[in-house]
Design a protein around this ligand. Structure first.
Ligand code: FAD
Length: 351
């Protein structure tokens, strides 16, 4: 019987597990995917790691991220923004503006990608703590704590612990059988919390060189035409290749219907915005988070772009004494963000 079972090896779950383990607790992390990181994911080339999930941090206003980056010894780089900005209206017409909108505070990237931060947090856990490919399906309250059942490649596994912490987007909790069942109002409350960016998708286009800079462009653009709506330079400083990325403005259903043709459509749109060379990327990588069952639910397909006002939810007795809710959407501040993932881990640790 362990002290704590953390469900979900995203940044929040890993940070919570590490804090508990450093305090001497016996911890197990059950992770559904065959990798850690959750919404943090990199596309790796010889030049380095490109973020397909979160890419930006704001350490001047995010103290936990600032501390974690420092503790991991990682370098920060500014998002490249210097140069002209491209605007595409609904009809596809292009307008080039001398500059874009400076972000304040500036968006920073982590050298090695956000995955480097997640890996650094996980590196503080003893081998064998994180169990990959364990999809938690049931949590039962027991006399002494909880019994957590997960489906693994070797079949179902049930583990006992004093407590469990759910570090995943709250809507996914609805897919886990909790025994006894949570009261209906709590279930409804959890189901109403959108997973931040869970319905989103990103496209990454790789090139031999950042040719848009020759034309005085920053690589930033906004489009009302789609399939992508917002673009940025994703190049790695000093790398012998260059990259642009964009967020899709097309909703999940349209993306799914046009999936096979999306790389070509993305390349064509990039060409329209940034010139002929942009239409010939070396590679286009598409990461559609709406299709990932361990990130998004059907309800997340209808998420808006506005940032929800996330508030922590505590489970009532008797569940609350045994099951803590973590994950970025349960954060007391910066809900939905990486900073929120750490803040929620901290709050769950102190609960
Ligand atoms: C496209 C995109 C862009 C983003 N951009 C930014 C950004 O620039 N800056 C920023 O701060 N934030 C950004 N975010 C948000 C950021 O990704 C999240 O705040 C953060 O990654 C959440 O971490 P988490 O650990 O709370 O959740 P997650 O990373 O979602 O981790 C939850 C984990 O639980 C696992 N899991 C799910 N169900 C089960 C189950 N039944 N059993 C076991 N394990 C399970 C999942 O596989 C996953 O590993 C972005 C997100 C996306 C998708």
């Amino acid at each position: 019987m362990s002290d704590l079972i953390v469900i979900g090896a995203g940044l929040s779950g890993l940070a919570l597990a590490r804090a508990a383990a450093e305090r001497g607790a016996e911890v197990i992390v059950l992770e559904a995917r065959a990798r850690i990181g959750g919404r943090v994911l990199s596309h790796r080339t010889e030049a380095g790691a490109y973020d397909l999930g979160p890419a930006w941090v704001w350490p001047t206003i995010q103290p936990r991220i600032a501390r974690a980056v420092r503790a991991a010894g990682l370098a920060l780089t500014e998002q490249a923004e210097a140069g002209g900005f491209v605007f595409q209206d609904q009809t596809g017409r292009i307008e080039r503006l001398p500059h874009g909108f400076a972000q304040e505070p500036p968006s920073l990237r982590i050298a090695g990608g956000i995955a480097a931060l997640v890996e650094a947090v996980a590196a503080g856990l003893a081998p064998g703590v994180v169990w990959l490919e364990h999809v938690v399906q049931r949590i039962a309250l027991t006399e002494a704590g909880v019994a957590v059942t997960a489906e693994s490649p070797a079949g179902p596994v049930t583990l006992q612990a004093a407590r469990a912490a759910l570090a995943l987007p709250p809507r996914l909790i609805g897919g886990i059988e909790i025994v006894p069942a949570l009261p209906q109002p709590i279930q409804a409350k959890l189901a109403a919390v959108p997973g931040w960016m869970a319905g989103q998708a990103k496209a990454l286009a790789l090139y031999d060189r950042p040719f848009w800079r020759d034309a005085g462009l920053s690589g930033s653009a906004f489009s009302q035409a789609g399939p992508l709506g917002e673009f940025h330079d994703a190049s790695l400083p000093g790398a012998a290749e260059a990259a642009l990325f964009g967020f899709f403005s097309w909703p999940p259903a349209l993306r799914a219907a046009r999936r096979a043709g999306l790389p070509a459509l993305v390349a064509r749109q990039l060409g329209t915005l940034f010139g002929a060379e942009a239409a010939r990327p070396r590679d286009v990588i598409i990461q559609d988070w709406a299709t990932e069952p361990f990130t998004a639910t059907e309800a997340d397909h209808a998420n808006g772009n506005a940032h929800p006002d996330y508030r922590p939810i505590a489970l009532p007795a008797p569940w609350g004494a045994r099951i803590t809710l973590a994950g970025a959407e349960m954060a007391p501040e910066f809900g939905g963000y990486l900073e929120g993932a750490l803040a929620a881990a901290e709050a769950a640790f102190n609960a």
